[in-house]
Design a protein around this ligand. Structure first.
Ligand SMILES: Cc1ncc(COP(=O)(O)O)c(C=O)c1O
Length: 427
């Protein structure tokens, strides 16, 4: 796995703080303060590793998306792609902010319903939906089911008891510049139907008495740092005909490291809606489905250093790793980090986890200031896909999720216990 290069110079405190949730500060004792909560207090109260979420940052981002899209295209909605952070507290929070929710399969649907999401505001995805999942979606009364293949149509026609609104997912033949594992819009993708097949699906659904074709859906991939492919995707779906709904997917990238310069939400919406104004019917509804860019920068993972092993550079090993952050091993995603009580500066270190793989690296060559056992380490931009890809490798206990807001911290998911590891055993 290629390990992305580290910055050559240690970052300034300001550069580092820029990667943390807006408003993150350095307190009197030199420790990070997130959502008004000193990280030293959070670590003492909730232990480490812990996933800290700045609640105000998530709410602000949700409003920025919803207001930004509505200001540009009135008949529109934002559906949070919940695979980025499928936890009931997050569903509840974003439903409170008025967002719709995108779920991929029965598990996320169950979580969304448990989080109090109105089924009419749920969009169901999946390239391999089972009968049971489709039945669950239909019985829950979800607003939209995105048809990915002809078997979805066959199954739904058998299962529905009343007219079900659907969209057809189109693979537009667009390959954005992102990691292959998260590119989905290219020819040969396992997701959706190419334009010719999508037209066949549209024709079939237009003749269906049980399914109501509302429109088309496109999603070209994730961690996309350029607006141009999004605009091209809008043009591609426009070519399929006139519909009531165009779901334009998600995919806007997050800023993980100093050299990432993702478009702002506003630049992204300008590009998307600019293309929509050119090629989509003005009365149509537009849906966008941001996941990563909704929650990534609101999250910070706190770890404690277990050991520092001399070397060139030294290994700084913490009490978490690829069980709570699989993005590095899966996609080679670069993360930055700091000693949470001595922010910025320092010398290059290999920040590694506690798991039995050399690929269990959280950040290669990251500057850390005088790290020693017992120190707290903060890794920013862990709000997206870290919780969802969490696992129990080496019997790791999945960390708690802690929401911080105005100096108040509340645990919304507790840490797993060894009892949890045994819970599914059938004896
Ligand atoms: C259908 C669909 N919509 C939206 C998203 C969200 O993408 P992102 O988290 O990059 O915004 C995904 C992610 O894979 C997806 O598959």
């Amino acid at each position: 796995m290629p390990i992305p290069a580290a910055p050559t110079a240690p970052p300034s405190q300001a550069a580092l703080l820029d990667l943390f949730p807006p408003g993150t500060a350095i307190g009197d004792e030199g420790a990070l303060v997130i959502g008004g909560c000193p990280v030293t207090d959070l670590a003492e109260r909730f232990g480490t590793p812990a996933l800290i979420i700045d609640e105000a940052a998530v709410r602000a981002r949700a409003r920025r998306y919803a207001d930004g899209l509505a200001a540009r295209w009135a008949n529109s909605r934002v559906a949070f792609a919940s695979k980025a952070f499928p936890c009931t507290a997050v569903y509840r929070l974003l439903a409170e902010e008025g967002l719709s929710i995108d779920v991929a399969g029965g598990g996320e649907l169950a979580l969304a319903l448990a989080g109090g999401v109105d089924p009419a505001r749920i969009v169901v995805h999946g390239n391999a939906k089972t009968d049971a999942e489709l039945r669950m979606a239909v019985e829950a009364g979800v607003g939209l089911i995105v048809v990915d293949n002809f078997d979805d149509i066959d199954r739904l026609e058998r299962l529905v008891t009343k007219e079900q609104p659907v969209l057809v997912r189109v693979t537009p033949g667009i390959r954005p510049d992102t990691h292959a594992a998260v590119a989905t819009g290219q020819e040969g993708s396992k997701f959706g139907l190419g334009p010719a097949e999508a037209r066949r699906a549209v024709a079939r659904l237009r003749g269906s008495s049980r399914l109501r074709l509302d429109g088309v859906h496109v999603h070209i991939g994730s961690q996309i740092l350029d607006t141009e492919p999004f605009a091209r995707a809008v043009e591609a779906v426009a070519g399929l005909g006139t519909f009531a709904v165009y779901d334009l997917g998600g995919g806007l990238g997050a800023r993980y490291t100093y050299d990432d310069h993702p478009p702002s939400v506003e630049e992204y919406l300008d590009a998307l809606v600019g293309a929509a104004r050119r090629v989509l019917p003005p009365e149509a509804q537009i849906i966008v489905e941001p996941g990563r860019s909704m929650v990534a920068e609101a999250g910070v993972t706190l770890y404690r250093v277990a050991t520092v092993k001399p070397g060139e550079p030294p290994f700084v090993a913490v009490d978490g790793g690829m069980a709570d952050n699989l993005e590095v091993a899966l996609y080679g995603q670069r993360f930055e980090a700091t000693v949470a009580t001595r922010v910025g500066g320092g010398d290059p270190c290999h920040l590694v986890g506690r798991h039995c793989e050399s690929g269990d690296t959280l950040s290669a060559g990251v500057p850390l200031r005088a790290p020693r056992p017992g120190d707290l380490i903060a890794v920013p931009v862990t709000g997206a896909y870290c919780y969802s890809l969490g696992n129990n490798y080496n019997g790791a206990l999945r960390p708690p999720v802690v929401f911080c807001r105005d100096g108040e911290a509340r645990e919304v998911v507790r840490r797993e216990t060894y009892g949890d590891l045994l819970r599914r055993d059938v004896t």
